[in-house]
Design a protein around this ligand. Structure first.
Ligand code: ADP
Ligand code: MG
Ligand code: ZN
Length: 507
């Protein structure tokens, strides 16, 4: 059974053929991405902001909403929010208040969430998203605003793990109050059949950008980056947008694409049969379909009002200007530029990116190594060592400066390539700096011709038949003598020089 067919079985929904959807309707998308900031502490209190601790060990009166406690805004979170806004080409609001979003549900012990409602910190930006075919799609950004994350509820006793039918619910407030940024696009139109691809490409680009900004660990699998996908269809020729659904917490890049495509086909079938799409949230299922959630609250349901316990956020021009200087080049443009500088193919670059080697190679080049050698070390030998050790490349106990030092020692003839590998192994084993490893392991290239000559003479004398062949013009036979000399000198002689001396001795 195809995955689409099994999704249809599992969800019970009719799906229209994708080509028919595209022939009759125009999809409109809206993507809301939540990112948890990797600040040391929470948004409004001093509790540690860390994933994976024992439940309810990172809580205090503020994030538990105990009476009499007062929130204090985390400055580092505001700076991250501004940097995200700037990287998304937004205007940064010179003044804005937080709001209380009121709702009664135990994932937020205060019974409200502190958020920014109509006064977000960043508005009206865009992101130029790279697509697989090398072109770029500009996604307009409506706003990026700050809010606090909710606690995590675990429902037991229901088949689905959802609250309906549950007999027990467990609440963990470690996540309550973790700084969140919500980034909302303007409606994305005119994508046609590329809607699912563009949705995935946007979330991918946003993740790469946030990672380059170093504001979040952007782990979709752990929920530090979450995407809600709004999808609607409008019949070709219609003026107004159709009714949208909002598929919540789509938790991988691939799933963003799958969810959008599925909703387009499901809504297509609803409309074709003369039905109406219901405005609702939907749940995404790993097997590739969505199911109905709650019908959508409206803003009025939340009774927003300005948060009286916090001062307005009023970043100075100086602060914004200073933060602007910290915005990195877009990561995919940087990769392109570096690839051109190094003169390597897309495949080689992709391998380096996948190995997590690009920044390490750059750092090694910055330490004076030619890029080719730096790439060879990180992209081959060290990747292999990292795999053997089950480590990420950057977690290997060797620095770009040390790799550059080894490259320098090879270039200046102090190490052969083979010895250099031993030196690197020594560094990885904690034996010290490259020069120390050389000394400790007695790794020295023998430059002294008289020493090499003596070893050559000895090897020729020990293998008279081979010597005879070489003298008779069989130059290939020299390899055996070179090998014997290298062995006798423990690999410390320069092989090319050995060969020269062997041939000279036999001519
Ligand atoms: P909500 O609070 O309901 O989640 P938001 O404004 O936060 O609303 O986000 C709605 C998202 O959906 C935005 O990205 C918006 O651009 C987009 N959107 C609005 N109307 C439609 C529509 N008819 N079809 C698809 N997307 C839409
Ligand atoms: Mg929203
Ligand atoms: Zn706290």
């Amino acid at each position: 059974m195809t995955s689409a067919a099994s999704a249809m079985m599992a969800s019970g929904a009719e799906l229209l053929d994708y080509d028919d959807v595209i022939a009759r309707y125009k999809p409109v998308l809206g993507l809301e991405v939540h990112v948890e900031l990797s600040t040391a502490t929470k948004m409004f209190c001093g509790c540690a902001n860390e994933f994976g601790a024992e439940p309810n060990t990172q809580v205090c009166p503020v994030c538990l909403g105990l009476p009499g406690s007062l929130p204090v805004l985390n400055e580092a979170a505001v700076e991250s929010a501004i940097r995200i806004g700037l990287a998304l080409n937004c205007e940064i609001a010179p003044w804005g208040r937080f709001a209380r979003k009121n709702y009664f549900y135990p994932d937020q012990p205060k019974n409200y969430q502190i958020s920014q409602y109509d006064e977000p910190i960043a508005i009206d930006g865009y992101l130029d998203v790279p697509l697989d075919d090398g072109s770029t799609w500009r996604v307009a950004i409506e706003r990026a605003h700050m809010e606090e994350d909710t606690g995590k509820l675990t429902h037991l006793g229901s088949d689905t793990g959802r609250i309906a039918g549950a007999t027990t619910s467990l609440a963990d407030y470690n996540r309550a109050g973790v700084p969140l940024i919500e980034i909302v696009t303007k409606p994305i139109e005119h994508t046609g059949e590329r809607a699912p691809e563009i949705a995935r490409a946007y979330v991918t680009a946003l993740r790469d950008l946030l990672r380059a900004l170093d504001v979040s660990d952007v782990r979709m699998d752990q929920g530090s980056m979450r995407c809600d996908a709004n999808v609607s269809l409008k019949p070709k020729g219609a003026g107004e947008f159709g009714i949208r659904t909002e598929t919540k917490n789509v938790n991988s890049l691939k799933s963003v694409e799958v969810a959008v495509r599925y909703e387009m086909r499901r809504q297509g079938a609803v409309l074709e049969s003369g039905g109406r799409v219901i405005q609702e949230t939907r749940h995404f299922h790993e097997d590739g379909y969505t199911s109905a959630g709650r019908t959508k609250e409206t803003a009025e349901d939340y009774r927003y009002f300005p948060e009286p316990d916090l001062e307005p956020v009023a970043p100075s021009r100086e602060l914004v200007d200073r933060l602007r200087t910290t915005i990195p080049e877009l990561p995919w443009l940087r990769r392109k530029r570096i690839q051109q500088e190094w003169g390597i193919s897309d495949e080689v670059m992709r391998d380096l990116v996948n190995a997590g080697a690009v920044d390490l190679v750059i750092a090694t080049v910055d330490q004076g190594a030619p890029s080719e050698q730096a790439r060879a070390w990180w992209g081959n030998f060290l990747v292999q060592k990292a795999n053997e050790a089950g480590l990420e490349l950057e977690a290997l106990p060797i620095t770009p400066a040390q790799v550059a030092a080894v490259v320098g020692l090879v270039d200046s003839g102090k190490l052969t390539t083979k010895m250099a590998r031993q030196v690197v192994e020594g560094v990885l084993a904690g034996e010290g700096e490259p020069e120390q490893v050389m000394t400790a392991r007695g790794l020295v290239v023998v430059r002294d011709d008289s020493l090499i000559q003596a070893a050559v003479d000895e090897a020729l004398a020990a293998n008279p038949d081979v010597a005879e062949k070489i003298r008779g013009g069989k130059v290939q036979a020299a390899g055996a003598i070179v090998g014997a000399v290298m062995k006798a000198t423990k690999g410390q002689a320069d092989a090319a020089r050995v060969r020269e001396l062997v041939l000279a001795a036999c001519s």
